[in-house]
Design a protein around this ligand. Structure first.
Ligand code: AMP
Ligand code: ZN
Length: 664
């Protein structure tokens, strides 16, 4: 087999596995096996850039950055849908249709209305060439780079697809994926997202496609438009799209009468809560495409389609009290404590109020009767106040000015929705919250200790910060509630064992705001030890790949606080890991510090990935395009001629692989 054949066969194989996993939800190999094959392909492609293919499965990880999304005219306009809310509405619609078509029997295809962001994908010769948002229906934004990272969007089709067509669908986040994203955000001290739909649509406009790739987005398709498609019905269209590799939900049903349509609607009105994603209704379409054409469009929507909107599940209840929670980063979250009420199958006692603006906007007051709705959010939300039931003498809500836990005056930074308690080293909830984060599984992973133990130890005055954990003795712990000799011993041993946890996790455990797992890894790698990190200025920090201004500011603030510095010094004295290990350091140096490299072409003794890693491990930066800031262009065989011209034009020195290796 030639290298080219090997690459092609790996690409085909990985496409098939992507399809099995993301479209059919039926993987046939393990994630590990998939990764091994993907890495193999990545390596071959890097070593043989002449076989580049824009549809390669390796491009799914993203990386390309879009600064400005280009506006693109839709070749076929993207319409809206008319809405209906009852069987009567549907029967009226059917009458209107039959007036146009004459008295012929009309059949329908019923689909769910997926609640996300609309997208139009253009395929030519089986390849995805463009993805455009709906925009105003006539023109939208080119978000191709981001859409390519969504694994259920095929980059290369299979089967008997037409040479050119557009296909429409909806980009969604599953409820599970959305919940996971929010858990991570909360763990990193960030505000959770409000709902899956807005988050999905916001994802499409992220500049960094690598971030899009990390989000569990899916694309559900429902309509093909184009010329000479040789398809005769909506239902057949869905089947066809499925056979070419698209994700088309199989819940769609071919219905012969409006009665059958109503059965479909009633079924999903109840069972929608069992779906992995959100739906806000059903879309009913005239099945015959010939009839669709005859019916045509109004100014805004097709005459041949109708959305049937489910009633959002809503109840009204009394808001007894507004309370305020303090998170481990000091963020204040207002909570509505409700008179318990049944909603969408669960008893609801609390609703999220988000922040002060939200309370003010809806003028929510204690004692009000409020309407509560359950959308995709984890906790239900208040959507309005029943003003008719407002008790006499009620006063607008005064948002708290002081921390409910420590009385410190709250602050609110410009541009931020949330209030904060700035007393991060004295506020009890923040202290226990931080210690709980410190001991958590992804951080120091201290065995024999849970959140309740932390609260207990704090209450008993045995710990006031996470450094105190390291001087706890068995004798101190044993007399505590629910502790015995064995559990006390486990706890002390667990603390001791955590001293071998590597630097990047210790850094994450410190609980610096915005320093999540990934950021901690980046910082550990860039600075190698805590003293170097502590000495870094904001400007230096933002020059580290993927470290933004917000993170930089937060890191600097953390080390500007003498209490934090003292705690870190103590942890150091107890023997925790505050620098990269010998092994991690072995292959690293500062030799290329301050220099930026562009790598191009094929190399003899070393792979491209390896070469880039060498640059980064030695303190250099890798960039993908040549500019006046480029220090060197490392050139291999078959380097792109445009890169060479550009480098020469800007006076960027061009060096060979051997010359580069000598620099180390
Ligand atoms: P609206 O935005 O309420 O006017 O509804 C129209 C939108 O519903 C379309 O732009 C589509 O993006 C979306 N939609 C979701 N599911 C479907 C579906 N199965 N068929 C057609 N449109 C759908
Ligand atoms: Zn406080």
């Amino acid at each position: 087999m030639t290298i080219q054949q090997k690459i092609t066969s790996l690409r085909d194989e990985l496409r098939e596995h992507n399809h099995n996993y993301y479209v059919l939800d039926n993987p046939t190999i393990s994630d590990y096996e998939f990764d091994v094959k993907l890495k193999e392909l990545q390596k071959l492609e890097e070593e043989n850039p002449e076989f580049y293919d824009e549809t390669s499965p390796t491009l799914r990880v993203g990386g390309a950055v879009t600064k400005n999304f280009e506006t693109i005219q839709h070749e076929h306009r993207m319409y809206s849908l008319d809405n209906s809310y009852s069987k009567d509405d549907l029967e009226d619609w059917e009458k209107r249709i039959q007036r146009i078509l004459g008295d012929v029997p009309v059949e329908y295809t019923c689909e769910l209305k997926y609640d996300g962001a609309s997208i139009s994908l253009t395929y030519e010769d089986g390849k995805l060439v463009r993805a455009v948002t709906r925009g105003d229906g006539y023109q939208g934004d080119d978000v191709t780079t981001n859409i390519k990272t969504i694994k259920s969007v095929p980059l290369q089709l299979k089967g008997d697809y037409p040479p050119k067509f557009d296909i429409r669908g909806e980009i969604i986040l599953t409820l599970e994926g959305f919940a996971k994203m929010n858990q991570e955000r909360i763990a990193n001290g960030e505000e959770p997202y409000m709902n899956p739909r807005n988050t999905a649509s916001g994802s499409l406009k992220l500049q960094d496609s690598a971030l899009v790739a990390e989000r569990p987005l899916e694309c559900l398709l429902y309509s093909i438009v184009g010329k000479n498609l040789e398809i005769t019905s909506q239902f057949e269209m869905l089947d066809k799209a499925r056979s070419w590799g698209f994700k088309v939900p199989t819940v769609a049903k071919h219905c012969k009468t409006t009665n059958e349509v109503m059965q479909f609607v009633e079924h999903w009105d109840v069972h929608r809560h069992d779906l992995p994603y959100e739906t806000d209704g059903v879309v009913i379409k005239v099945n015959s495409l010939r009839y669709q054409e005859e019916l045509g469009y109004t100014a805004k929507a097709p005459r041949w389609a109708m959305a049937y909107k489910f009633k959002a599940e809503q109840v009204s209840t009394v808001l007894n009290e507004i309370t305020y929670q303090v998170g481990r980063t000091g963020a204040i979250t207002p909570v509505a404590n409700l008179e318990p009420v049944l909603l969408a199958g669960t008893t609801v006692k609390r609703a999220s109020l988000h922040n002060a603006d939200q309370i003010e906007k809806l003028d929510i007051r204690e004692g009000d009767t409020v309407f509560v709705e359950k959308g995709g959010e984890i906790i239900p939300k208040i959507i309005a106040v029943d003003l008719g039931k407002r008790p006499e003498g009620s006063h607008p809500t005064q948002y708290i000015q002081h921390c409910p836990e420590c009385e410190t005056e709250l602050i609110r930074k410009e541009g931020e929705a949330q209030h904060f308690c700035p007393n991060d080293t004295g506020c009890p909830t923040q202290i226990t919250g931080r210690i709980q984060h410190f001991i958590s599984r992804k951080a120091m992973d201290i065995e024999g200790m849970g959140s309740e133990t932390v609260e207990l130890l704090f209450k008993e005055g045995l710990i006031a910060n996470y450094a105190d954990l390291y001087v706890l003795t068995k004798e101190q712990v044993m007399p505590l509630e629910r502790m015995a000799e064995k559990s006390a011993e486990n706890l002390v041993n667990g603390v001791e064992a955590s001293k071998t946890i590597p630097f990047e996790r210790v850094l994450f455990a410190l609980g610096i705001r915005y320093v999540g797992e990934t950021v901690a890894k980046k910082l550990a790698k860039a600075y190698k030890n805590i003293d170097a990190l502590k000495a870094a200025s904001e400007e230096e920090l933002v020059s580290v790949d993927e470290i933004g201004g917000r993170i930089a500011e937060s890191v600097v603030q953390f080390f500007a606080n003498p209490t934090n510095v003292k705690i870190v010094e103590r942890l150091k004295s107890y023997g925790l890991q505050f620098s990269l290990s010998e092994e991690q350091l072995e292959n690293q140096s500062d030799k290329l510090k301050g220099q930026t490299f562009v790598v191009s072409g094929v190399f003899e003794t070393i792979g491209r990935t390896e070469l880039k890693k060498l640059i980064e491990d030695n303190g250099g930066k890798v960039s993908s395009s040549i500019s006046s800031k480029t220090s060197f262009l490392v050139a291999g065989a078959n380097m792109g001629p445009s890169k060479k011209t550009k480098a020469e034009g800007l006076g960027v020195p061009i060096i060979s692989e051997q010359e580069f290796l000598k620099m180390l």
